[in-house]
Design a protein around this ligand. Structure first.
Ligand code: PMP
Length: 397
């Protein structure tokens, strides 16, 4: 069969190949990017879906507006305002089928063959693939534990004049990195100075482990940097805090871009499932979200702490890592000293032989992969399994 030439730009990921091996009995997996199913608020979602059917069966089961179900847009705007996004109105966002669709719509509306897009190195793999599908020449800007290197970013914006810059400022996937407040402001200033769109992907911002929340999102901070809102798109998601199966995300963007994205969404899925949207709207209205968030933060914080301690204890001399302050991931590097293994792909195979799985880091780079890096998720294994899994990793080294 002959396929569209755009598919030549994309290959199936090495990670998928690895996932095939995960079915082995007894494997402890740090590989997935999933939240823990045991933490879904099933009772709350059952009530919300029943209410959606009882109170507005027409809205919940009929075709709906492409922009999204109005009561949900209202709730999502309020949710963003509760996190410091001043004055956000429901019509300034559209509901998307997961934030993944928001990213796809941005690719579709903004990227043509050969256009440059800047992402972080490393970044969310599906985004690199999605932008490439539209012909993007994806450039990679280095990061450290405080997020993207802003000086390099400025130089790259000057050099490449990208269609946009895609960032995960808060607890990145796979990096776990948190962009500092100072760098956030500078990113917004760069957006204005170079009239360059910044895409903020923020599925993990609510999953912080500290007493105080992390620095505000770029969307919330944009009020402090005059003119920056015009150059900012923000993707939100209920996937990591409530349920990925609901497929409810949202896109906040300047009016012209939002209109084009809505037009493209119409041709793509007409609208996000009205039943899922009505359920999400009822859930947000029910007032259960704050305690759900408190619960997931507590459980993931315990698991992250356990993983950090086990890594230091068992692998302290073989790997380097930064303790994440939120999100779902540790990003680590093999030191490769003393004749020990330095290639994370090779290490992943050995780990599976020893009954533990994780994802090697190289595929998360659009350019110049770091082959010593790897990602460990602490989301789905309990503390006992995390400790056992890290012992197995030490054995594999
Ligand atoms: N962005 C990032 C950084 C992610 O890690 C994910 C999910 N792994 C997504 C977007 C997509 O999430 P969803 O479509 O479920 O909202």
């Amino acid at each position: 069969m002959t396929f569209a030439p755009r598919l030549d730009n994309v290959e199936t990921s090495a990670i998928r190949e690895l996932f095939k091996l995960l079915g082995k009995p007894g494997i402890i997996s740090f590989a997935g990017g999933f939240p823990d199913s045991a933490m879904f608020d099933v009772e709350g979602l059952r009530e919300a879906s029943q209410k959606a059917l009882a109170e507005e069966p027409g809205g919940a089961l009929q075709y709906g507006a492409t922009e999204g179900y109005e009561p949900l847009r209202t709730q999502l705007a309020a949710f963003e305002r509760s996190k410091g996004v001043d004055g956000l109105e429901p019509q300034q966002l559209i509901v998307t089928t997961g934030s993944q669709q928001a990213l796809d719509l941005l690719g579709k509306t903004l990227v043509g063959e050969g256009d440059k897009v800047i992402v972080e190195g490393p970044t969310f793999l599906a985004t690199i693939q999605c932008f490439r599908l539209y012909g993007a020449d994806v450039q990679s800007c280095p990061i450290d534990a405080h997020g993207v290197d802003v000086d390099r970013l400025e130089a790259m914006i000057r050099e490449h004049k990208p269609r946009f810059v895609y960032l995960i400022p808060t607890f990145g996937n796979p990096s776990g990195a948190l962009l500092s407040l100072e760098r956030r402001k500078r990113v917004l200033e760069l957006a204005v100075k170079y009239q360059t769109l910044i895409v903020e992907d923020d599925p993990y911002g609510d999953l912080y482990f500290t007493q105080e929340p992390p620095p505000p999102s770029l969307l919330a901070l944009s009020k402090d940097v005059p003119g920056s809102r015009e150059y900012l798109a923000h993707c939100g998601s209920l996937s990591k805090v409530l349920s990925p199966g609901l497929r409810v995300g949202w896109l906040v963007a300047p009016p012209e871009l939002l209109a084009k994205a809505t037009m493209c969404k119409q041709f793509s899925d007409a609208h996000t499932s009205t039943f899922a949207q009505a359920t999400a709207a009822q859930y947000l209205k029910s007032g259960r979200m704050p305690s759900t968030l408190a619960n997931v933060r507590k459980v993931y914080a315990e698991r992250a702490a356990a993983m950090g301690e086990a890594l230091s204890r068992e692998l302290g001399d073989a790997v380097t890592f930064t303790q994440p302050q939120g999100g779902l991931f540790f990003w680590a590097r093999l030191r490769g000293v003393g004749g020990k293994i330095s290639d994370a792909g090779e290490f992943a195979k050995r780990a599976i032989e020893n009954g533990v799985a994780f994802v090697p880091g190289a595929p998360f780079f659009a350019k110049d992969p770091d082959r010593s890096a790897f990602r460990l998720s602490f989301a789905t294994a309990d503390v006992g399994k995390i400790e056992e899994g890290i012992v197995r990793l030490a054995r594999a080294i």
